[in-house]
Design a protein around this ligand. Structure first.
Ligand code: PEP
Ligand code: MG
Length: 324
Protein backbone atom coordinates (compact mmCIF):
# COMPACT_ATOMS: atom_id res chain seq x y z
CA UNK A 1 0.00 0.00 0.00
CA UNK A 2 2.77 2.42 0.95
CA UNK A 3 4.56 1.40 -2.21
CA UNK A 4 1.46 2.05 -4.30
CA UNK A 5 1.03 5.47 -2.72
CA UNK A 6 4.65 6.40 -3.50
CA UNK A 7 3.85 6.85 -7.18
CA UNK A 8 1.57 9.74 -6.24
CA UNK A 9 4.45 11.80 -4.80
CA UNK A 10 5.32 13.18 -8.23
CA UNK A 11 1.91 12.66 -9.87
CA UNK A 12 -0.34 15.69 -10.44
CA UNK A 13 -3.32 16.07 -8.11
CA UNK A 14 -6.21 15.45 -10.46
CA UNK A 15 -9.54 13.66 -10.73
CA UNK A 16 -9.89 10.64 -13.04
CA UNK A 17 -11.38 12.93 -15.69
CA UNK A 18 -8.77 15.65 -15.42
CA UNK A 19 -9.95 18.34 -12.96
CA UNK A 20 -6.80 19.76 -11.40
CA UNK A 21 -6.53 20.56 -7.72
CA UNK A 22 -3.64 21.98 -5.70
CA UNK A 23 -2.72 20.19 -2.51
CA UNK A 24 -0.27 21.93 -0.21
CA UNK A 25 1.02 21.24 3.28
CA UNK A 26 0.35 22.78 6.66
CA UNK A 27 3.69 23.23 8.39
CA UNK A 28 5.12 24.80 11.53
CA UNK A 29 8.69 23.80 12.26
CA UNK A 30 11.75 23.67 10.02
CA UNK A 31 11.74 19.90 10.17
CA UNK A 32 8.28 19.87 8.59
CA UNK A 33 9.71 21.11 5.29
CA UNK A 34 11.34 17.84 4.22
CA UNK A 35 8.37 15.81 5.37
CA UNK A 36 6.05 18.00 3.30
CA UNK A 37 8.20 17.72 0.19
CA UNK A 38 8.47 13.95 0.51
CA UNK A 39 4.70 13.73 0.90
CA UNK A 40 4.13 15.26 -2.53
CA UNK A 41 2.88 18.67 -1.39
CA UNK A 42 3.11 21.46 -3.95
CA UNK A 43 4.08 24.20 -1.54
CA UNK A 44 2.67 25.36 1.77
CA UNK A 45 -0.89 26.58 2.24
CA UNK A 46 -0.40 27.37 5.91
CA UNK A 47 2.89 28.08 7.64
CA UNK A 48 2.05 28.50 11.33
CA UNK A 49 4.82 30.89 12.41
CA UNK A 50 3.86 30.69 16.06
CA UNK A 51 5.54 27.27 16.22
CA UNK A 52 9.11 28.60 15.89
CA UNK A 53 8.16 31.28 18.45
CA UNK A 54 6.83 28.62 20.82
CA UNK A 55 9.97 26.52 20.47
CA UNK A 56 12.16 29.35 21.90
CA UNK A 57 12.76 30.91 25.29
CA UNK A 58 12.57 34.54 24.12
CA UNK A 59 11.21 36.53 21.19
CA UNK A 60 13.24 35.76 18.06
CA UNK A 61 14.75 38.92 16.57
CA UNK A 62 14.25 39.95 12.95
CA UNK A 63 17.38 38.27 11.66
CA UNK A 64 16.50 34.99 13.40
CA UNK A 65 12.98 35.05 11.98
CA UNK A 66 14.29 35.92 8.54
CA UNK A 67 16.63 32.92 8.56
CA UNK A 68 13.86 30.54 9.62
CA UNK A 69 11.40 31.84 7.01
CA UNK A 70 14.09 31.88 4.32
CA UNK A 71 14.87 28.23 4.99
CA UNK A 72 11.20 27.35 4.47
CA UNK A 73 10.70 29.51 1.39
CA UNK A 74 13.88 28.20 -0.26
CA UNK A 75 12.99 24.64 0.66
CA UNK A 76 9.98 24.80 -1.63
CA UNK A 77 12.02 26.09 -4.55
CA UNK A 78 9.59 28.50 -6.13
CA UNK A 79 6.39 26.79 -5.04
CA UNK A 80 3.93 28.99 -3.18
CA UNK A 81 4.46 29.30 0.59
CA UNK A 82 1.74 31.10 2.57
CA UNK A 83 3.24 32.55 5.73
CA UNK A 84 0.73 33.36 8.44
CA UNK A 85 1.58 36.04 10.99
CA UNK A 86 1.65 35.16 14.67
CA UNK A 87 -1.48 33.40 15.94
CA UNK A 88 -0.98 33.04 19.69
CA UNK A 89 -3.62 33.01 22.40
CA UNK A 90 -6.51 30.54 22.48
CA UNK A 91 -4.69 27.25 23.03
CA UNK A 92 -1.22 28.54 22.02
CA UNK A 93 0.93 30.50 24.47
CA UNK A 94 4.52 31.72 24.66
CA UNK A 95 6.35 31.08 27.96
CA UNK A 96 8.13 34.45 27.71
CA UNK A 97 5.06 36.50 26.82
CA UNK A 98 2.65 36.71 29.70
CA UNK A 99 -0.97 37.09 28.76
CA UNK A 100 -3.77 37.62 31.26
CA UNK A 101 -5.79 34.60 32.38
CA UNK A 102 -9.12 34.64 30.60
CA UNK A 103 -12.38 32.81 31.13
CA UNK A 104 -12.84 32.17 27.42
CA UNK A 105 -9.42 32.27 25.74
CA UNK A 106 -10.80 31.38 22.30
CA UNK A 107 -13.08 34.40 22.57
CA UNK A 108 -10.36 36.50 24.08
CA UNK A 109 -7.11 38.24 23.38
CA UNK A 110 -5.64 36.11 20.66
CA UNK A 111 -4.05 36.16 17.26
CA UNK A 112 -4.17 39.37 15.23
CA UNK A 113 -5.69 41.14 18.25
CA UNK A 114 -2.40 40.60 20.09
CA UNK A 115 -0.29 41.53 17.05
CA UNK A 116 -2.14 44.80 16.47
CA UNK A 117 -1.56 45.83 20.10
CA UNK A 118 2.14 45.00 19.82
CA UNK A 119 2.80 46.83 16.64
CA UNK A 120 6.61 46.84 16.87
CA UNK A 121 6.69 43.09 17.26
CA UNK A 122 4.16 42.73 14.44
CA UNK A 123 6.09 45.02 12.10
CA UNK A 124 9.32 43.18 12.87
CA UNK A 125 7.73 39.87 11.92
CA UNK A 126 6.35 41.30 8.68
CA UNK A 127 9.78 42.73 7.81
CA UNK A 128 11.32 39.28 8.33
CA UNK A 129 8.65 37.74 6.07
CA UNK A 130 9.28 40.31 3.32
CA UNK A 131 13.05 39.76 3.55
CA UNK A 132 12.55 36.00 3.21
CA UNK A 133 10.10 36.45 0.32
CA UNK A 134 12.93 37.59 -1.93
CA UNK A 135 14.21 33.99 -1.89
CA UNK A 136 11.15 32.32 -3.33
CA UNK A 137 7.41 32.53 -3.81
CA UNK A 138 5.86 33.71 -0.55
CA UNK A 139 2.46 35.09 0.37
CA UNK A 140 1.54 36.77 3.66
CA UNK A 141 -1.66 36.01 5.54
CA UNK A 142 -3.36 37.53 8.59
CA UNK A 143 -5.35 35.31 11.00
CA UNK A 144 -8.57 35.74 13.03
CA UNK A 145 -9.96 38.82 11.31
CA UNK A 146 -13.41 39.82 12.58
CA UNK A 147 -13.58 43.46 11.45
CA UNK A 148 -12.81 45.34 8.27
CA UNK A 149 -10.75 47.79 10.37
CA UNK A 150 -8.43 44.98 11.37
CA UNK A 151 -7.42 43.99 7.87
CA UNK A 152 -6.99 47.66 6.99
CA UNK A 153 -4.75 48.06 10.07
CA UNK A 154 -2.74 44.94 9.15
CA UNK A 155 -2.14 46.37 5.69
CA UNK A 156 -0.98 49.63 7.29
CA UNK A 157 1.60 47.75 9.34
CA UNK A 158 2.64 45.93 6.16
CA UNK A 159 3.12 49.30 4.44
CA UNK A 160 5.23 50.52 7.39
CA UNK A 161 7.35 47.38 7.22
CA UNK A 162 7.92 47.92 3.50
CA UNK A 163 8.87 51.57 4.08
CA UNK A 164 11.33 50.59 6.83
CA UNK A 165 13.00 48.01 4.64
CA UNK A 166 13.17 50.38 1.69
CA UNK A 167 14.79 53.00 3.95
CA UNK A 168 17.40 50.40 4.91
CA UNK A 169 18.12 49.84 1.23
CA UNK A 170 16.36 46.50 0.79
CA UNK A 171 14.65 45.64 -2.44
CA UNK A 172 11.11 45.09 -1.18
CA UNK A 173 9.12 42.39 -3.01
CA UNK A 174 5.44 42.73 -3.87
CA UNK A 175 3.76 39.65 -2.45
CA UNK A 176 0.12 38.55 -2.38
CA UNK A 177 -1.74 39.55 0.78
CA UNK A 178 -4.44 37.36 2.25
CA UNK A 179 -6.48 36.72 5.34
CA UNK A 180 -7.94 33.73 7.09
CA UNK A 181 -11.69 33.34 7.10
CA UNK A 182 -12.12 31.61 10.43
CA UNK A 183 -14.79 33.63 12.20
CA UNK A 184 -18.49 33.83 11.34
CA UNK A 185 -18.06 37.63 11.14
CA UNK A 186 -15.47 37.45 8.37
CA UNK A 187 -17.41 34.74 6.53
CA UNK A 188 -20.49 36.97 6.58
CA UNK A 189 -18.50 40.06 5.57
CA UNK A 190 -16.57 38.22 2.86
CA UNK A 191 -18.10 40.20 0.02
CA UNK A 192 -16.67 43.40 1.49
CA UNK A 193 -13.39 41.90 2.75
CA UNK A 194 -12.68 40.45 -0.69
CA UNK A 195 -11.94 43.99 -1.91
CA UNK A 196 -9.05 44.25 0.57
CA UNK A 197 -7.03 41.12 -0.16
CA UNK A 198 -5.68 38.87 -2.91
CA UNK A 199 -6.85 35.65 -1.31
CA UNK A 200 -8.83 34.06 1.48
CA UNK A 201 -7.83 30.96 3.35
CA UNK A 202 -10.59 29.12 5.13
CA UNK A 203 -9.56 28.07 8.62
CA UNK A 204 -12.26 25.61 9.43
CA UNK A 205 -10.72 24.46 12.74
CA UNK A 206 -11.78 27.76 14.22
CA UNK A 207 -14.68 28.51 11.88
CA UNK A 208 -16.43 25.30 12.95
CA UNK A 209 -15.93 26.03 16.65
CA UNK A 210 -17.29 29.54 16.29
CA UNK A 211 -20.24 28.69 14.03
CA UNK A 212 -21.28 25.77 16.22
CA UNK A 213 -20.42 27.39 19.59
CA UNK A 214 -18.30 24.33 20.38
CA UNK A 215 -14.78 24.45 21.83
CA UNK A 216 -12.45 22.72 19.34
CA UNK A 217 -10.40 21.17 22.16
CA UNK A 218 -13.09 20.03 24.60
CA UNK A 219 -13.82 16.31 24.28
CA UNK A 220 -16.96 16.68 26.42
CA UNK A 221 -18.61 18.43 23.49
CA UNK A 222 -16.63 16.67 20.75
CA UNK A 223 -19.79 15.23 19.23
CA UNK A 224 -21.07 18.78 18.70
CA UNK A 225 -17.93 19.67 16.76
CA UNK A 226 -19.18 18.70 13.30
CA UNK A 227 -17.13 19.94 10.36
CA UNK A 228 -19.83 18.72 7.97
CA UNK A 229 -22.67 20.48 9.80
CA UNK A 230 -24.96 22.06 7.17
CA UNK A 231 -24.31 25.49 8.70
CA UNK A 232 -20.60 25.06 8.00
CA UNK A 233 -21.18 23.77 4.46
CA UNK A 234 -23.42 26.69 3.59
CA UNK A 235 -20.78 29.13 4.86
CA UNK A 236 -18.15 27.42 2.68
CA UNK A 237 -20.45 27.42 -0.36
CA UNK A 238 -21.04 31.13 -0.03
CA UNK A 239 -17.28 31.76 0.15
CA UNK A 240 -16.75 29.83 -3.07
CA UNK A 241 -19.35 32.08 -4.66
CA UNK A 242 -17.90 35.33 -3.25
CA UNK A 243 -14.32 34.54 -4.27
CA UNK A 244 -15.38 33.53 -7.77
CA UNK A 245 -17.31 36.77 -8.20
CA UNK A 246 -14.39 38.86 -6.94
CA UNK A 247 -11.85 36.70 -8.74
CA UNK A 248 -9.62 36.30 -5.70
CA UNK A 249 -7.97 33.11 -4.44
CA UNK A 250 -9.67 30.71 -2.05
CA UNK A 251 -7.83 27.99 -0.23
CA UNK A 252 -8.84 25.84 2.72
CA UNK A 253 -6.44 24.73 5.45
CA UNK A 254 -8.49 23.32 8.34
CA UNK A 255 -7.99 19.72 9.50
CA UNK A 256 -11.25 18.62 7.87
CA UNK A 257 -9.39 18.59 4.53
CA UNK A 258 -7.51 15.47 5.69
CA UNK A 259 -10.65 13.34 5.66
CA UNK A 260 -11.00 11.77 2.18
CA UNK A 261 -14.80 11.94 1.99
CA UNK A 262 -14.76 15.56 3.13
CA UNK A 263 -12.01 16.42 0.67
CA UNK A 264 -14.00 14.86 -2.18
CA UNK A 265 -17.07 16.87 -1.17
CA UNK A 266 -15.07 20.11 -1.05
CA UNK A 267 -13.73 19.50 -4.56
CA UNK A 268 -17.33 18.96 -5.66
CA UNK A 269 -18.26 22.28 -4.04
CA UNK A 270 -15.75 24.06 -6.25
CA UNK A 271 -12.71 24.42 -4.00
CA UNK A 272 -9.46 23.93 -5.91
CA UNK A 273 -6.72 24.88 -3.41
CA UNK A 274 -6.18 22.81 -0.30
CA UNK A 275 -3.69 22.57 2.49
CA UNK A 276 -3.50 19.56 4.78
CA UNK A 277 -1.12 17.95 7.23
CA UNK A 278 1.59 16.13 5.28
CA UNK A 279 0.64 12.51 6.10
CA UNK A 280 -2.82 13.09 4.59
CA UNK A 281 -1.58 14.20 1.18
CA UNK A 282 -0.77 10.95 -0.63
CA UNK A 283 -3.98 9.15 0.41
CA UNK A 284 -6.00 12.18 -0.74
CA UNK A 285 -4.25 12.26 -4.12
CA UNK A 286 -4.81 8.53 -4.58
CA UNK A 287 -8.50 8.84 -3.71
CA UNK A 288 -9.05 11.85 -5.99
CA UNK A 289 -7.56 9.97 -8.94
CA UNK A 290 -10.54 7.58 -8.71
CA UNK A 291 -13.24 10.28 -8.85
CA UNK A 292 -15.20 11.96 -11.62
CA UNK A 293 -15.85 15.65 -11.17
CA UNK A 294 -19.47 15.37 -12.33
CA UNK A 295 -20.11 12.83 -9.59
CA UNK A 296 -18.46 15.05 -6.98
CA UNK A 297 -20.55 18.03 -8.11
CA UNK A 298 -23.68 15.92 -7.71
CA UNK A 299 -22.49 14.92 -4.24
CA UNK A 300 -22.00 18.59 -3.36
CA UNK A 301 -25.48 19.63 -4.44
CA UNK A 302 -27.01 16.73 -2.50
CA UNK A 303 -24.91 17.55 0.58
CA UNK A 304 -26.16 21.13 0.60
CA UNK A 305 -29.69 19.77 0.94
CA UNK A 306 -28.90 17.53 3.91
CA UNK A 307 -30.23 18.22 7.40
CA UNK A 308 -27.33 16.90 9.44
CA UNK A 309 -23.58 16.24 9.43
CA UNK A 310 -24.24 12.51 9.73
CA UNK A 311 -26.29 12.53 6.54
CA UNK A 312 -23.62 14.51 4.71
CA UNK A 313 -20.89 12.13 5.82
CA UNK A 314 -22.92 9.10 4.78
CA UNK A 315 -23.51 10.34 1.23
CA UNK A 316 -19.91 11.57 0.88
CA UNK A 317 -18.47 8.22 1.96
CA UNK A 318 -20.84 6.42 -0.34
CA UNK A 319 -19.82 8.66 -3.25
CA UNK A 320 -16.13 7.84 -2.87
CA UNK A 321 -16.85 4.16 -2.41
CA UNK A 322 -16.12 3.83 1.29
CA UNK A 323 -19.63 2.67 2.03
CA UNK A 324 -22.40 1.07 0.01
C1 PEP B 1 -7.93 26.99 11.52
O1 PEP B 1 -8.40 27.65 12.43
O2 PEP B 1 -8.60 26.24 10.78
C2 PEP B 1 -6.50 27.03 11.23
C3 PEP B 1 -6.01 26.43 10.16
O3 PEP B 1 -5.69 27.67 12.10
P1 PEP B 1 -5.22 27.05 13.49
O4 PEP B 1 -5.59 25.58 13.48
O5 PEP B 1 -3.75 27.29 13.54
O6 PEP B 1 -6.01 27.84 14.46
MG1 MG C 1 -7.28 29.19 13.42
Amino acid sequence: KTFELQKFVTAPTVTKDGTKVTLRSNIGLRSDVDVAIRSGATGVGLYRTELPYMARSSFPDRQTQYEIYRHVVEGFAGESVTIRTLDIGGDKSLSYFKTPAEENPFLGWRSVRVSLEHRDMFRTQIEAILMAAVHGNARIMFPMITNLDEIVACKEVLAEAKANLAAEGFKVPEIPVGMMIETPASATMADRLAKEVDFFSLGTNDLVQYILATDRGNPRVGHYYQSLHPAVLHAIASLVDVTQRHDIGLSICGEMVSDPATFALLVGMGLREFSASSPAILPLKAMLAQQDISQLKRLASNALNCDSAAEVLAIAEEAIGLQV
